[in-house]
Design a protein around this ligand. Structure first.
Ligand code: CO
Length: 166
């Protein structure tokens, strides 16, 4: 395994759409292992392949309930809503208030190409949505109602849309 460099917010690759994975080969396994190591090293709860510069529909997630690897994931069911602070390894020290469904079911493939399904609530549901957004070039800052103080997650006086105009 090896650490990979995480792409940060200014890099235009984060806006690109990732491609469907068709080859479930050794190269994919190496990518997933490296993504896992990189996510844990930076204490993230999720990482999409595009964040290490690879435009493949592959994500890793661990919200403290064990590692989940999703290839070509699709959200097939959502229920309810939740509003909470959200961040991203590509946006160090930036947090925003983002509304997400409270329950999410995803269908995907594992690294062998087998179909798998996961359901999650709370943070896991949030992570599914956040990481799957990455595969379509969508970032949490696009969905944030407002950006929050990095350390205390308090609402800023200045709203997010004001920040954009600075
Ligand atoms: Co992210």
């Amino acid at each position: 395994m090896a650490l990979r460099k995480i792409v940060t917010s200014k890099d235009p690759i984060l806006r690109k759409k990732s491609r469907t994975v068709e080859a479930f080969d050794e190269k994919l396994g190496i990518l997933l292992d490296d993504m896992k190591e990189t996510m844990y090293k930076h204490e993230g709860v999720g990482l999409a392949a595009v964040q290490v510069g690879i435009l493949k529909r592959a994500i890793v997630i661990d919200v403290g309930e064990g590692l989940i690897e999703l290839i070509n994931p699709v959200i097939i069911k959502t229920k309810g809503s939740q509003e909470d602070s959200e961040g991203c390894l590509s946006f160090p020290n930036e947090f925003g208030l983002v509304e997400r469904p409270n329950e999410v079911t995803v269908r995907a493939q594992n690294r062998k190409g087998e179909t798998i399904e996961y359901s999650g609530t709370g943070l896991l549901a949030r992570a599914f949505c956040h990481e799957i957004d990455h595969l379509d070039g969508v970032l949490f800052v696009d969905r944030a109602k407002e950006m929050l103080e990095p350390e205390h997650n308090r609402p800023r006086r200045r709203r997010f849309f004001d920040r954009l105009e600075r």
